[in-house]
Design a protein around this ligand. Structure first.
Ligand SMILES: *Cc1c(COP(=O)(O)O)cnc(C)c1O
Length: 381
């Protein structure tokens, strides 16, 4: 029911979904209904735990948190009342030194997620095709739908540890003439990496290749971010959410080729990155020793977690180069397993789709005591 006044006359009417849906764009009407994601404080209350006692292994966050310089920088933020730099110059300068990518090729986003959407807003006309390689990160298909594009799925080779199907992608590119091809290395949710040869073959195709390296810090291979100056169809995305432990601050970045980045700037909201986010990211980069140490701990713990999980009779963990391990649940209901863990204060991610990972759970790498906690519950059931 909405009430208001119009020229002194009281108006009162019932708002129904159908009365206003006629204003909504057609492709938005077709989107799946929003399902709320409960914040972990609410979840912990629901299961009767204090937030600090929750073993949160469902979103690949870094449990060690950022280096102490971040809290110091945030508490001494000088100009919170002034709009931030729309060009995030300070952070881009630091990143240019860090990555070897020229300042001009870098752009900062409110998380890498914003850059995925921004790119689509710049290149996707209605019904333009985006090639997706499931199982992979859900935002590519989501943002494509929001922007009125068409997703063409080229599933990864399940038998081969979820490697991309190079020949099927080549065929799909020539058949559908897509604008974008999303590749993720290490891939979320399984953690396998793209080989240099696979990337080179993809870059030969007439399509913009988006290489999402959200987890590259945890992998044995190097980032390809500096290659954006060599290939005019390569875009590389990175984030501060995972290894740098700033998921709550929302800051990510992209390296774009010269002929494209000008248009990305034109479409970007001027104040997309908050002053706090920029300052926090710079502060995190000011302590590379800390980031290196935390990364080392997580990579070591990944090995231990994987080996403990492989000893559990009903789990088949996949090899991973990221800070999570995907497990197939054999002979049991994976959703029930997830709920059982939740009742014990342990959160993991469960998948019911796509088909190739239905009945899988993904466990983020945490602190050693968090590994011990989940392994104890998994062994007892
Ligand atoms: C977490 C994640 C991101 C998003 O990172 P934000 O910077 O937090 O938006 C991007 N890609 C993949 C594959 C991810 O898993």
């Amino acid at each position: 029911m909405t009430t208001g006044t119009l020229r002194g006359q009281k108006i009162c009417r019932t708002a129904t979904a159908s009365s206003n849906s006629r204003y909504v764009r057609k492709h938005i009407l077709e989107l799946a209904p929003y399902t709320p994601i409960l914040p972990f404080e609410v979840l912990s209350e629901k299961f009767g735990f204090l937030p600090e006692d929750i073993v949160k292994l469902d979103a690949n966050e870094n449990p060690y948190g950022p280096p102490p310089e971040v809290a110091e920088a945030l508490s001494s933020l000088k100009f919170p009342h002034v709009y931030p730099d729309p060009e995030s110059r300070q952070l881009r300068q630091t990143l240019a030194k860090e990555t070897g990518v020229p300042f001009e090729n870098l752009i900062i986003g409110c998380g890498a997620d914003e850059l995925i959407d921004l790119l689509m807003r710049v290149v996707i006309d209605p019904n333009d095709v985006v090639i997706n390689t499931p199982p992979t990160f859900g935002m590519y298909a989501f943002d494509c739908a929001v922007n009125g594009g068409t997703v063409v799925d080229v599933p990864r080779c399940n038998a081969d540890g979820f490697k991309i199907d190079v020949e099927a992608i080549q065929r799909a590119v020539y058949k559908h003439k897509p604008k974008l091809l999303f590749l993720t290395s290490p891939n979320n949710p399984d953690g396998c990496v793209l080989s240099d040869r696979e990337l080179l073959l993809m870059l030969e195709l007439p399509v913009l290749v988006v290489l999402d390296e959200a987890y590259i810090e945890f992998a044995s291979c190097k980032s390809h971010i500096a290659d954006v100056v060599k290939y005019d169809n390569l875009i590389v995305l990175r984030t501060f959410s995972k290894c740098a432990a700033l998921a709550g601050m929302r800051v990510g970045y992209g390296a774009f080729p010269k002929g494209l980045i000008d248009y990305i700037w034109r479409a970007k909201q001027p104040y997309n990155v908050s002053a706090a986010a920029e300052v926090a990211a710079c502060a995190a980069l000011s302590n590379p020793e800390y980031l290196q140490e935390v990364k080392g701990k997580l990579v070591q713990e990944r090995t231990r977690l994987h080996s403990l999980l492989s000893r559990i009779s009903y789990l088949k963990p996949y090899p991973s180069e990221a800070n999570f391990v995907l497990c197939r649940v054999i002979g049991r209901d994976a959703l029930q397993l997830k709920e059982k863990l939740a009742k014990n204060g342990i959160m993991v991610r469960h998948y019911s789709s796509p088909e190739s990972i239905s009945g899988c759970i993904r466990i983020s790498v945490g602190r050693p005591e968090q590994t011990d906690a989940i392994v104890a519950v998994l062994s007892a059931i």
